[in-house]
Design a protein around this ligand. Structure first.
Ligand code: GLU
Length: 318
């Protein structure tokens, strides 16, 4: 049933050939626009995929919920909340705007919030070298991942909007250390190479309350998951988050390389990849495929047939 659902989602989304690959990070413009892959990993360890599910791409903003869960797991919610809010901003991911009342970034899913979290994790000695984040992603994916150095260098060279944001946060006391070093960690964080299969396994780790369902390794604290998924639910899909949540009912996050991670809590994780983006920066085919899967498998959090627990699992057979 799972394989059939993936194939149906693939066929449904495949004809949507509009949109364009991201070009504002020059290295991303080289992506093959025709690639399209979907993968699912269930919390009892089953994995199913269709299309280009082994094609590598950079994680980009899909790294943001992972860094958030990492910060919540290692530092606890109070420290994290003092630095970054949990309110949807309704603005684009790279907007140069902080919450006027608190001076904090609105949430960890916009660039400002993600950079502020890197600063906090670095100050606290959790995120000291790029390899620290790579190790975390590798544990969540259940295999050794690598960086794309070209994408890192491209971001570092052209990321002046992020640089402007970071200096504004230095001015506001949200960043308290060397801005360029923090930005480098953030650019490395965005440059982890993954596949749709990896993203599905990372999603299944989040769906399984922080423990990788295949390796059985506890990657995130269970207590970090409710906040992580709530923020994804509210703010994960840029300024499309509300429409997305109504249509799919899944906490999710997209990245400008064309990836989407989505989680059916206590059930399964989805990883999608197709680099053509719409005007908001979300993968066009990824959105259509996710919507189809959510409908076929009744994954929407508030669907009458979704019991929001692994009670549903026995009915989803490969
Ligand atoms: N590295 C990208 C940036 O900071 C990530 C953006 C994204 O995937 O939304 O601009």
């Amino acid at each position: 049933m799972l394989q059939q659902a993936l194939e149906t989602a693939f066929q449904t989304a495949q004809p949507f050939a509009e949109g364009a690959v991201a070009t504002y990070i020059p290295e991303l413009a080289k992506a093959d626009p025709s690639l399209f892959g979907i993968a699912v990993a269930t919390i009892d360890g089953r994995q199913v995929a269709v299309g280009d599910a082994n094609a590598p791409f950079t994680i980009q903003s899909i790294s943001k919920p992972l860094a958030h869960a990492w910060a919540l797991s290692t530092l606890g919610p109070e420290k994290v909340r003092r630095r970054v809010g949990v309110e949807p901003s309704g603005d684009a991911f790279n907007s140069i705007i902080l919450d006027p009342k608190s001076g904090r970034p609105f949430n960890p899913m916009v660039n400002a919030g993600a950079i502020a979290l890197v600063a906090l994790l670095s100050e606290e000695g959790v995120f000291q070298t790029p390899g620290d984040f790579l190790a975390l992603c590798s544990r969540a994916a259940g295999r050794s991942l690598a960086f794309d150095r070209q994408v890192f260098e491209s971001e570092q060279l052209t990321g002046n909007r992020n640089r402007a944001m970071a200096y504004l946060m230095l001015n506001n006391g949200i960043i308290r250390s060397n801005v360029e070093a923090i930005l480098d960690l953030y650019f490395w964080q965005c440059s982890v190479l993954v596949t749709a299969r990896d993203i599905a396994m990372i999603a299944a780790t989040l769906a399984n309350h922080g423990t990788n369902p295949v390796t059985d390794e506890a990657v995130f604290q269970p207590a970090s998951i409710p906040d992580t998924l709530s923020v994804m639910f509210l703010c994960g899909m840029y300024d499309f988050a509300g429409e997305w949540t109504c249509r799919t009912g899944l906490p999710a996050k997209s990245g400008v390389a064309g990836g989407i991670i989505a989680i059916a809590n206590r059930q399964l994780g989805l990883g999608l990849y197709s680099p053509r983006l719409d005007s908001r920066g979300n993968s066009v085919r990824g959105i259509h495929a996710c919507e189809s899967l959510s409908q076929q498998l009744a994954l929407h959090a508030f669907h009458p047939d979704n019991h929001a627990s692994n009670l549903l699992l026995p009915t989803i057979t490969p």
